[in-house]
Design a protein around this ligand. Sequence first.
Ligand code: ADP
Ligand code: MG
Length: 566
Amino acid sequence: DVQKETLGFQTEAKQLLHLMIHSLYSNQEIFLRELISNASDAIDKLRFASLSDESLLEGQGDYQIRVDVDKEARTITIADNGIGMNRDEIVEHLGTIAKSGTAAFLENLTGDQQKDSQLIGQFGVGFYSAFIVADRVEVHSRKAGEAPEAGVVWESHGESEFSVESRDKATRGTSITLFLKEGCEEFADDFRVRSVIKKYSDHISVPVMMVKPSMPAAEDEEEQAQEAPEYEAVNEATALWTRSRTEISDDEYKEFYKHVSHDFDEPLTWSHNRVEGKLDYTSLLYLPRRAPFDMWNRDMARGLKLYVQRTFIMDDAEQFLPLYLRFVKGVVDSNDLPLNVSREILQQDASVDSMRSALTKRVLDMLGKLAKKDGDDYATFWKEFGQVLKEGPAEDFANKEKIAKLLRFSTTHTDKEAQDQSLEDYVARMQEGQEKIFYVVAENFNTAKSSPHLEVFRKKGIEVLLLSDRVDDWLMNHLQEFDGKAFQDVARGSLDLGNDSEEDKAEQEKLEKESEALVERMAKVLEDKVAEVRPTARLTESPACLVVGDFDMGAQMKRIMEAAGQ
Ligand code: ADP
Ligand code: MG
């Protein structure tokens, strides 16, 4: 029906809009990047859909994005001939926010603009960024393959509501017109807009077209006014990953990251590689600077953007990296996979398996490189994603040693909460005769640090890893050894510190003899509470401590199981 309908934004969308408008005006020009990025995504989607249904193209397979400015009307229009949206889709995509966890994310907002604008970056800015510069936005769209009458107009002043109404549209795709706010006239200026497009959209594989600057005063003005304006491409329009590494600047890599990741921040590092031979593919993998707000959501989108022979196939292809590397963003472009590849096929394809193990190694190498680099980058990575990487040894047996080298711990060497010591550091500091890597697991750092089990280690100057993350028991169960040295929980079973002197041994024997009677009495009293009572040299100040048997569940694991109702 043609009737105009006015609808309210979803609460979350409203909040996000408000936040966007108020926290990003120092960075206004990014709206253009976001809208061109969406236009490019829409074209990618159509290109893919047309592989199985060519009629969607309506005989027009010449993809492009057009940007028109009108200084007098103070408008800028971004138009694409991509997949388009129908009425329901436009309401859903531009009126609500589908990402799970959004409400929880918004609860974290502080009202402090500085902090909030960082949060918004973490969320991704997107379509609503149009309202940074516009006080009215009109979106006219028509879905590819549908009749002109299926055209729909979405309009909003960026407050609490928007309207939708049917309006014919002859060509498929979406055209977005921004009615610029006072003070934002610069975005109706041809020269200014060109430079913003150059800056942000060179790497987009579709041409972004603008009207060619007019020639100096034509002789026959009358005639010239009749002619349709001529357009020219403003951007380079080659998919970034297909270009050679030496030709790509860091800024271009960074911009491309923002496009693929929907992240506002810059990446921490990246790795761009072409592989030829038995497998033929290109990958461009990025490490984000910040964990997404939904990293611990089970249904968080993860995976790489998949292209086959430069044709976009799907977002979030999960098969190319293991779960413990789910923070990695990027693109993989394969020349071996068929264009009609589906998620199901990906799961069974042998070449995907080989790519997955090669890409996994690439990421681990990229992390290794980052760890060796001077500066805080690795610490930043570890703070954001260390807990996820700790899932690695359990999931990826083949790369256990490689992952182990990338782990960072807090230890009694520094007694600081920051996890910044590697296992290689630990091993280098091991005492003569020490054969094991000792660790203690507790609920939090302070409890770990003041555990009575550490007394004897501190006395002897033996370093102990202080573990208090939820995944740590899980990690230790799978790590087992590093550099040929077994891990030993100091709260488990009997202790062999490896450097007991003859004197120590005699002392221990004497102690055992002397305490025989006491031990027997205590064992009787605690009969149904403990498995065994034994004298120990591991305490120097506390009178007694509880230890776990060698083969029992760790204390942390026990707490997790209990929390899960087991
Ligand atoms: P994101 O791009 O991260 O999904 P956006 O806020 O930028 O978030 O866009 C929201 C959604 O609106 C997109 O996912 C898409 O479904 C739809 N959309 C936006 N712009 C276009 C467009 N030009 N053509 C078709 N769909 C679009
Ligand atoms: Mg977007």
